[in-house]
Design a protein around this ligand. Structure first.
Ligand code: FES
Ligand SMILES: [Fe+2]
Length: 454
C-alpha cells in the first residue's frame, strides 16, 4: 500500500495551485452576529437529534473518505464509514477517482467488508454479482432468468460525488450540494500555504469513544481548557485569550491562532522551566537557551529569524510561510467534525464521526502528518515522542478510547470526553454557560442547527 503522498497530487483542478497562492492572510475576519448557544443536553444524548443530524447534516456536508495516495493505482480501494452509511472509494481503469455507496444493487448486501485493498472488480459475497471499478454491473449468475432482461450493463452502483483537496478524497452524499471549493472556502486556500499534500501520514489511529461526536469537537473548538487540562503548554505558548485570535467563517469553519515560541504570562517567574521546555526547539535551530535568560520574549522573533535563515539548509522550504507560521499554533476546525492543528513541519488531524446507532458513542480519528525535511527519511513525530520514517508501513491502530497512546496533548484532551458525556446525560445538566472565548463552539452548533432545520 503506498503511503507517500505525492507532491501536488492533492489539488483539484479547480483550486489554486501552490505556486500561485497568496500568503496566509492574518487579518481579523468579520465576526458573524449570534447568541451564545445553550448546548441543550439532548444534542448529545438523544436518538431523535442523532436522526436529525443524519437527515440534515451528514447527508449534505463534505467529508474525507481516504487519502488520495491510498488510491495510487487503478483498482485500489478504501472503504470508509459515516455513521450507518458505508462508502467505497476506488480508482477506475481510466484513472478517475470514484465513490460509491458500499451496497450491492441486487438485494442490498454490503459489497465490500475489507478496509482497503486492490481489486479488478467488486464481487458480492451473497449471489456473486460482479461490479466493475467504474460502477457498472459486469456479471451475474443466470442472466437469462431475469424477466426484465439481463441486468448487466443496465445496473450501476449508486455513485456519490467526490472531489480532491489537500491530498484527500472528499465525498458528499447530496447530489445538489455546493462544490467542495465553495464548502471549504476560504480555509482551504489558507491551509494550502502549509503544503499539506507533501506531508506523510505517520500515525493512523481510530478509536471508539463513549461520547457523542460533538463532545470531541466542542473540546477542539476552545482553548479555555488549556490551563487546567494542558498545564504544561504555558511554558511554550501564550494560552491567554487576550493574545489568542479566534476567527469565525460564515460557513461554520473557524480558526484559532496562538503565539508560540515562548511562554504565556501564566508561566509567571518560572523561567528555568521555560528555558528547559524550549531547549529542544531552540537547539534544533542552533540557538542557545541561556541567551534568553531574562528576556524570554526575544525567543519568538529569534526563532523566526533563525528558521528563515537556516530553513533551506535544514531541508525546509519555508518561503511560503509568513513569520507567524514558523513559530505559532494555528488550529483550524473544518465544519462540522474535523480539527487540523497546523505546525511548521506537520499537522495533527483530529476527527470525530457519528456512531452508526448510538448517540452516546462516536468514532475518534487521530492522524499525525509529518513534513519531512528534504532528503531526510526519518524525523521527529510531533508530541508522540518517537521517530517516524518517511517510507515506513503505517499500521491502522484501532481500539477503545484509552487503549492507545495519542500523544501527550491529545491524551489530555481525551481524558475529559467520557466524564463530560456522563454529566451531559444527567438530569442535573440543563445547558451550558459559555465564556466569550468559547464562542467558536456556539458558532458551529448554530451552523449545525441551520443544516438540520432545512
Ligand atoms: S445481494 Fe449482492 S449479489 Fe445478491
Ligand atoms: Fe486541548
Amino acid at each position: 500500500m503506498p503511503r507517500k503522498r505525492a507532491i501536488g497530487l492533492g489539488y483539484s483542478r479547480t483550486m489554486a495551485q501552490p505556486d500561485r497562492m497568496s500568503p496566509l492572510d492574518l487579518s481579523k475576519v468579520d465576526e458573524p452576529k449570534f447568541e451564545a448557544h445553550a448546548l441543550e443536553p439532548e444534542r448529545y444524548t438523544s436518538r431523535d437529534f442523532m436522526l436529525r443530524e443524519i437527515d440534515g447534516l451528514w447527508s449534505r456536508v463534505w467529508q474525507i473518505g481516504c487519502l488520495e495516495a491510498e488510491l495510487a493505482a487503478p483498482g485500489d480501494f478504501v472503504r470508509a464509514d459515516l455513521g450507518r452509511e458505508s462508502l467505497l472509494f476506488t480508482r477506475d481503469r481510466e484513472g478517475r477517482v470514484r465513490g460509491y455507496y458500499n451496497v450491492c444493487q441486487h438485494r442490498g448486501n454490503r459489497l465490500v467488508g475489507e478496509e482497503r485493498g486492490h481489486a479488478g472488480a467488486f464481487v458480492c459475497a451473497y449471489h456473486g454479482w460482479v461490479w466493475g471499478t467504474d460502477g457498472a454491473l459486469q456479471r451475474v449468475q443466470d442472466p437469462e432468468d431475469f424477466p426484465q432482461g439481463d441486468p448487466c450493463g443496465e445496473l450501476r452502483l449508486n455513485e456519490v460525488r467526490v472531489s480532491l483537496w489537500g491530498g484527500f478524497v472528499w465525498f458528499n452524499l447530496a447530489e445538489d450540494a455546493e462544490s467542495l471549493e465553495e464548502f471549504l472556502s476560504p480555509i482551504a486556500q489558507e491551509i494550502d500555504t502549509w503544503r499539506f499534500p507533501e506531508m506523510v501520514r505517520t500515525h493512523h489511529i481510530t478509536l471508539e469513544a463513549d461520547c457523542n461526536w460533538k463532545v470531541v469537537l466542542d473540546n477542539f473548538h476552545e482553548s479555555y481548557h488549556i490551563p487546567t487540562v494542558h498545564p504544561a503548554l504555558k511554558f511554550f505558548l501564550d494560552d491567554t485569550y487576550q493574545a489568542t485570535r479566534f476567527d469565525l467563517y460564515p460557513n461554520g469553519h473557524t480558526r484559532m491562532w496562538m503565539r508560540g515560541g515562548g511562554p504565556s504570562p501564566r508561566a509567571g517567574d518560572r523561567e528555568d522551566r521555560v528555558l528547559q521546555v524550549m531547549k529542544s526547539e531552540l537547539e534544533a535551530w542552533d540557538l542557545h537557551p541561556e541567551r534568553f535568560r531574562g528576556r524570554v520574549e526575544e525567543m519568538r522573533p529569534a526563532l523566526q529569524a533563525q528558521k528563515r535563515a537556516l530553513g533551506a539548509k535544514k531541508g525546509f522550504d519555508f518561503s511560503r510561510y509568513v513569520d507567524a507560521q514558523l513559530t505559532d499554533h494555528f488550529h483550524y476546525t473544518v465544519f462540522p467534525n474535523l480539527a487540523l492543528s497546523m505546525k511548521p513541519d506537520g499537522c495533527i488531524f483530529l476527527r470525530a464521526l457519528p456512531h452508526p446507532s448510538d448517540p452516546e458513542k462516536c468514532v475518534f480519528d487521530v492522524w499525525y502528518f509529518t513534513l519531512f525535511p528534504e532528503g531526510a527519511d526519518e524525523y521527529f513525530a510531533m508530541s508522540m515522542s518517537d521517530r517516524v520514517q518517511r517510507d515506513a508501513e503505517v499500521p491502522h491502530q484501532r481500539g477503545k478510547l484509552g487503549e492507545i497512546h495519542l500523544g501527550g496533548g491529545i491524551d489530555e484532551d481525551a481524558s475529559v470526553f467520557v466524564s463530560q458525556q456522563l454529566g451531559l446525560r444527567s438530569a442535573g445538566y440543563r445547558g451550558a454557560t459559555l465564556a466569550d472565548q468559547e464562542r467558536r463552539i456556539s458558532w458551529y452548533h448554530h451552523v449545525i442547527d441551520r443544516y438540520i432545520a432545512r
